[in-house]
Write a protein that binds this ligand. Structure first.
Ligand SMILES: Nc1ncnc2c1ncn2[C@@H]1O[C@H](COP(=O)(O)OP(=O)(O)OP(=O)(O)O)[C@@H](O)[C@H]1O
Ligand SMILES: [Mg+2]
Length: 451
């Protein structure tokens, strides 16, 4: 079927001239003003392109463009401009016009420009539909992943978000805890309300309490003004308590009360304030261990842990790496306008074999660096930063058969050699902490078995 075009112009002659010119290749509808044009668009969803005059009685072409784009974001639009309205037409490109044509209309030009706008529009639609398919399957609110672990995360987020349940998100640094917290908020009935994040580790004692609960003027030495706390600021929204394990025991008691009764007092006040909040907490340590050590209240832990979402380290879901790499590549290539179009399989393999101690955050920063530093085209092994290259290059020494401990030692020594004995680099390459590496090296030194 031929593509359909809508021609909008208040001059009958112009309408008919263009309709005749385009009639051979397209199905053509016409409208004499903006109002009729919108009716036509509504009536015929197959219209793929609108050609509209700018200056018309009633709503002009620019207003029509905005209204039409609102109704049909994928509609291709070309504006027809007479002398004197060129500036407006250029400005209209921002509102979604694809092109403009000067009047009087050159019919050969018209044909070319229409074909071009339709082609761009069709491509964009195709990309958009591919993207949304991808979104549904491997993406939820910006969280990307196709591993079993991430599918479970998506499922839990979808289930928990619309409820009022308190959620505890656990996972190592850089695994996407904050991203998940945002997703829960955005997919809940509170999405239009505030999302308030509190970095619990950054504040100590009094400061944290005044941040959370607010204070009256004069509540403590530096309290010159009355201040609204985050629990009040988050009213009708979601409060995200990050690094919850770092809250002092004295504040934990107060937090427990907020969880149980949704009420609290500002510091220095006896007035009880009620607040309507959803609580999401995150922790990058093992919170149960904190409970066992007496550093975190058990009753608070159970109150927080109603829904427990765990984000595994990236090296435990290497299947997600390729998808994440592609996503970040697209993102940064678009942002930098530098024409990076892909990545070679061997470079990808290198990224997949690295341990990513900084998890998705480190992967994202790495891809950004690679894209920014690249001249364009397809990223290759040479574009991969040294650390990741060194890690892929560590061979498993042939002598390394035997016990697990012997193999581990051989790998550690090979790693050290591959980075010129730089211990911090070696630890990163191996995906272990520096402290662990030093401990291992101490052991080997004591055994007297270091080469
Ligand atoms: N699954 C994912 N898909 C896409 N981007 C992700 C994913 N996971 C993490 N990111 C990105 O990685 C970065 C770190 O994520 P985030 O801040 O949510 O981690 P975090 O777990 O809160 O880390 P920390 O414990 O250090 O606070 C962000 O830029 C985030 O957008
Ligand atoms: Mg975080």
């Amino acid at each position: 079927m031929k593509p359909a075009i809508l021609i909008v112009d208040d001059e009958k002659d112009t309408r008919e001239l263009m309709a005749r010119a385009l009639g051979a290749d397209y199905r053509v509808a016409t409208a004499a003003d903006a109002e009729l044009a919108l009716k036509a668009l509504e009536a015929d969803p197959s219209i793929a392109l609108m050609l509209s005059d700018v200056r018309m009685p009633g709503a002009d072409g620019l207003q029509l463009l905005k209204a039409a784009k609102k109704m049909r974001p994928n509609l291709a639009c070309i504006l027809l401009t007479a002398f004197g309205t060129v500036d407006q037409a250029v400005a209209a490109m921002k509102d979604g016009a694809d092109d403009f044509i000067m009047k009087p209309v050159d019919l050969d030009q018209l044909d070319l420009r229409v074909a071009k706008a339709l082609k761009t529009g069709a491509l964009e639609n195709e990309v958009a539909s591919l993207r949304s398919q991808l979104d549904e399957k491997y993406c939820l609110e910006n969280i990307t992943g196709s591993s079993e672990a991430m599918k479970k995360v998506f499922h839990l987020v979808r289930q928990a978000a619309p409820t009022e349940a308190t959620v505890l998100i656990e996972g190592p640094s850089g695994t996407g805890k904050e991203l998940v917290a945002h997703a829960i908020h955005n997919l809940s009935a509170r999405a239009k309300g505030p999302f308030v994040a509190v970095e619990c580790a950054a504040l100590n004692g009094n400061l944290l309490e005044s941040e959370l609960f607010g204070h009256e003027k004069g509540a403590f030495t530096d309290a010159f003004q009355r201040r609204i706390g985050r629990f009040e600021a988050a009213n009708h929204g979601t409060i995200f308590l990050d690094e919850i394990s770092e809250i002092p025991l004295s504040t934990q008691v107060k937090l427990l009360r907020v969880l149980e009764t949704r009420s609290f007092e500002r510091l220095g006040s006896s007035e009880t304030i009620k607040t309507d909040i959803r609580i999401v907490a995150a922790c990058n340590r093992d919170l149960r261990a904190y409970v066992a050590e007496g550093k975190f209240r058990e009753d608070l832990f159970y109150r927080l842990n109603v829904v427990d979402i765990r984000l595994p380290a990236l090296r435990e879901r290497t299947g997600d790496i390729a998808l994440l790499v592609k996503r970040f590549l697209n993102e940064f290539a678009a942002a930098n306008g530098n024409r990076v179009t892909g990545i070679t399989p061997s470079a990808m393999k290198m990224l997949e074999s690295y341990a990513w101690p900084g998890n998705v955050r480190e992967l994202r920063n790495t891809i950004e660096k690679m894209v920014v530093l690249s001249a364009g085209g397809v990223l290759d092994v040479a574009d991969v930063p040294d650390e990741m290259r060194a890690s892929a290059a560590i061979p498993m020494p042939i002598s390394a058969t035997g016990t697990l401990a012997e193999m581990e030692k051989a790998k550690i020594i090979a790693a050290l050699q591959s980075v010129g004995n730089n211990r911090s680099k070696a630890a990163r390459v191996l995906g272990i902490s520096r402290r662990t590496l030093y401990r291992k090296l101490d052991e080997y030194a004591q055994e007297g078995t270091l080469p």
